[in-house]
Design a protein. Structure first.
Length: 510
């Protein structure tokens, strides 16, 4: 299948840098380290590695093979599987569209903190500075509390970058940017990790991160946590990897590209764990505060614990500031390389269906996304972000991953996935992919989804008002599905190699 005038990656390296850049994001800095910390430390590495091999790699092969074979983003690929499945593609791409609104705002936080690092503006109490002077956190999600103009200004810069890079296309924009950003991010991470490992007290922190607690390894929740980490960390089931693979040249090594992408991302996970826990160990020892009180998970790691650590580093103040600049610049790069992939996921879906130019589509998405981000740049932003992220992440991605695995495993068929993936790959895959895609992954994701639903009805999420949970949580989650069904019902206006997309065209999957 070929779409004429379709952009294409200029090199395999450019594709890999871009897929790794898409997978490595802000969450690598604070999600994996604390998943390990809470689930058996070093013992967690075993189920995590097993999950990489049985979920991360096979699902990546599945998405790369599907997007490459169908020569389209999620929307066109699922439409070619069958017209009735087109809405699945739109549903997938709705996830990054929503996530971008708050993700871009978090990137703007790192941009602000990059500037704050010069003078260490967070002062003696980084926690009070972050929640008070910087975010101006309001009393709840319905109390907007006014714009935080320093955040709003940085949001403009972030969206201008998103717009500028993706407007130039795959080879002229995303590939060029990621060939610089991904290696630079790796270099910055190495610098941060080496500095962390050489601090006094680093071993104390690493002990919390890596000391194996094998009593937890037989706990099913630990294995589920490992699969959840792999699944969410690799940017699967949101249309990104399907879109990126659709721009690969015909003779591309699908299998090796999948292994390299997944294990490169996991290397960033592990490196982040070493860096975060060695530095938190130093803070704990130097301040005499128990490690449990220093190790705050989530964004607090980057914007509270790390600023505190930076101000305590045993080096001249200008060197402390330089280390802070390096850290927040690394956060910024990780965020941008991921956010452009989110924008491209929906843009490719729209480009495939509508007779509009890339610039028209990117402009419309960027304007809408920017407006959404501005709501997060208010005093209520943290509350809104928390609720939306919880529902989109816990339900949208898990459910879409389950649906995708079932559809591609049974309707499209793993034999077609393997046949296409093996065609130009250095080594072939066999029964392992059948087992992982058709049986193991649906069971794991199904269990995760059911458990999340059960927990949700025990009490309102994080004690938020039920009105906020219904509107910002369930409302957004259900609204994504409604929007997907609407977009799927609209007529195709763009021609492809088979002519006007019609029931006859979209049903063919040969």
């Amino acid at each position: 299948m070929e779409n004429f005038e379709r952009d294409q990656w200029r090199s395999r390296a450019g594709f890999i840098f871009s897929t790794v850049g898409a997978a490595v994001g802000l969450g690598n800095f604070w999600r994996f380290p604390f998943m390990a910390y809470q689930n058996g430390g070093g013992a967690f590495i075993l189920p995590y590695f097993f999950a990489l091999l049985t979920a991360g790699v096979p699902l990546m092969i599945m998405e790369f093979s599907f997007g490459h074979k169908m020569r389209g983003g999620a929307t066109l690929s699922f439409a070619r599987l069958g017209k009735k499945y087109e809405f699945i593609g739109w549903w997938q791409t709705m996830v990054p569209l929503i996530v971008m609104c708050y993700y871009s705002t978090i990137i703007s936080w790192s941009l602000n903190y990059l500037v704050y690092a010069i003078t260490q503006a967070w002062g003696a109490d980084p926690n009070a500075f972050f929640g008070g002077k910087f975010l101006g956190v309001s009393s709840g999600p319905w109390d907007l509390g006014g714009f935080r103009w320093n955040i709003a200004l940085a949001v403009i810069i972030v969206w201008l970058l998103n717009y500028t890079i993706t407007k130039k296309g795959i080879s002229g924009g995303i590939e060029k940017a990621c060939r610089v950003m991904t290696p630079l991010l790796a270099l910055l991470m190495v610098i941060i990790t080496i500095r962390g490992l050489t601090l006094p007290g680093a071993a104390y922190g690493l002990n919390w991160f890596l000391k194996p607690d094998f009593s937890k390894i037989m706990n099913a929740k630990v294995w589920i946590a490992a699969y959840a980490q792999v699944f969410f960390s690799t940017t699967l089931a949101v249309g990104v990897m399907i879109a990126y693979a659709s721009y690969l040249p015909e003779k591309s090594d699908i299998v090796n590209n999948s292994f390299i992408t997944v294990f490169s991302n996991s290397s960033f996970d592990f490196m982040a764990g070493l860096a975060v826990f060695s530095i938190l160990g130093y803070v704990s020892v130097a301040s005499g505060v128990p490690f449990e009180k220093v190790a705050t998970s989530g964004a607090g790691v980057a914007f509270v614990a790390f600023p505190k650590a930076i101000s305590m580093l045993p080096m001249p103040k200008f060197m402390q500031s330089l280390f802070g600049i390096i850290f927040f610049f690394a956060l910024f790069i990780a965020g941008i390389s991921s956010s452009i992939s989110m924008l491209e996921s929906f843009a490719t879906a729209a480009l495939d269906k509508y007779n509009l130019s890339r610039e028209q589509i990117i402009t419309r998405i960027s304007i809408g996304g920017f407006i959404g981000s501005m709501f997060i740049a208010t005093g209520a932003g943290v509350h809104i972000l928390d609720i939306v992220d919880h529902f989109v992440g816990n339900y949208g991605i898990a459910l879409l991953g389950l649906i995708e695995a079932v559809l591609l495993g049974y309707v499209y068929g793993t034999d077609k996935i393997k046949e296409h993936a093996n065609r130009y790959s250095d080594f072939r895959i066999g029964w392992w992919l059948d087992f992982c895609v058709k049986y193991l992954t649906p069971i794991i994701l199904g269990y995760m989804f059911i458990q999340n639903i059960i927990n949700e009805f025990k009490a309102p999420y994080s004690g938020y008002p039920m009105s906020a949970v219904i509107i910002l949580g369930w409302g957004v989650a259900i609204g994504m599905l409604v929007a997907a069904l609407y977009l799927a019902s609209r007529p195709w206006t763009k021609m492809d190699p088979y002519g006007q997309v019609s029931e006859k065209v979209v049903s063919r999957n040969d």
